[in-house]
Design a protein around this ligand. Sequence first.
Ligand code: UGA
Length: 434
Amino acid sequence: MKIAVVGTGYVGLVTGTCLAETGNQVTCVDINEKKVEMMKNGKVPIYEPGLELLFNRNINQGRLHFTSNLAEAIEEAKIIFMALPTPPGGDGAADLSYVLGAAKDIAKLMKEYKVIVTKSTVPVGTADKVTAIMKENTNQEFAVVSNPEFLREGVAVDDFMKPDRVVIGTTDERARKLLGELYGPYVRQGNPIVFMDERSSELTKYAANSFLATKISFMNEIANLCELVGADVDMVRRGIGSDDRIGKRFLFAGIGYGGSCFPKDVQALAKSSEENKYDFKILNAVMDVNEIQKKVLVEKVKKYFKGDIKGKRFAMWGLAFKPETDDIREAPALYIIDELLAAGAQISAFDPEAANNVKALVGDKITYAKDQYDALKDADALLIVTEWSLFRTPDFTQVEELLKNKVIFDGRNLYDLQKMIDCGFYYNSIGRKV
Ligand code: UGA
């Protein structure tokens, strides 16, 4: 099939590349000409494991193309995916100007029936708005489809190639058939393509992310309670997770959820509920808990040092909001850095991918270590912020030698509690005994 993808951000690039992988002819279009040139030369502008291989394979085999010319991209395309930014506007609601602007441009260029698919996370009712603006600008027939993405950064290629489900929101029969065919190769193991109307599909995306965020905030509260009653959150997690109705995944207590999706989507759903005069009580609690949880690690540090951390030096392992990404949007690390610096502490940080992004934001207010052990030199304590695999089995003899004190604050519960006690570390993690 001939496909166009408008917008080559994270979602657009993964979508375009993975659609080419099953033999479709895909043209990705972006207004940024420099970026288009870069991609034509086989350079992937984002860090995403596994993407580069597929990206170059499909370029070399002539299935993946790039252009800055919208007309050229959509001319022969049957299906046009819009993967455009929907940043939060001043009032917290998603800003739709990119999506509506592109819809208008596409409508003006259309010479035949086309299917316009919204991949961006958009508020309920957006498909209707896109339809209205297109109707004003073309006499051709078209269908506007909501097809939310459920890609996790770091495993996005796998999530696209083997999705748990594909959600397609459309009441147009032709569009339904075309998208069913397009996604067929990705659900061969029998995972469902769930067809529904546009509004339900738009809401599904917010509901999925908000439900997952709720799971996390719930477990963070259980962890806080565990500390007070002397229970262990990891035991509780295993105890409840083996019940199929609850499920094992996404039950890890930590230092709050971050990233470009959960915080934004929970907020947007709360906002849209408010606009519809519905008081979505759980969502407000989920957000409140997350704000508190981002502070937990610094609180623990301050308590240990009796409120005085001025002049103390802290090693930080991890900056990205989660492993396998260089993304620091809404990363708990940024909050921790701010708080520690404000209290007069020094920080030496190491992250395998995200250090440059943090440097661009906070500059030389902290030091950037060349590896995880380099970060430990003369530090009063180690703070574990992101659960990169690299940090899971460190050489504890080196850790002990390099640190000034044998003190670890672990925001991700990476180590066995008994082992740490046996090694003589002061080890303070989340929802477990100290
Ligand atoms: C999330 C969803 O998982 C994807 O399905 C969705 O497509 C995507 O948002 C999106 O809307 O684009 P992502 O933001 O990449 O994906 O990251 P997750 O792996 O979901 O992690 C989100 C946050 O939750 C991280 O800060 C992570 O540390 C935290 N988390 C996750 C926990 O604190 N505990 C857990 O058990 C799981």
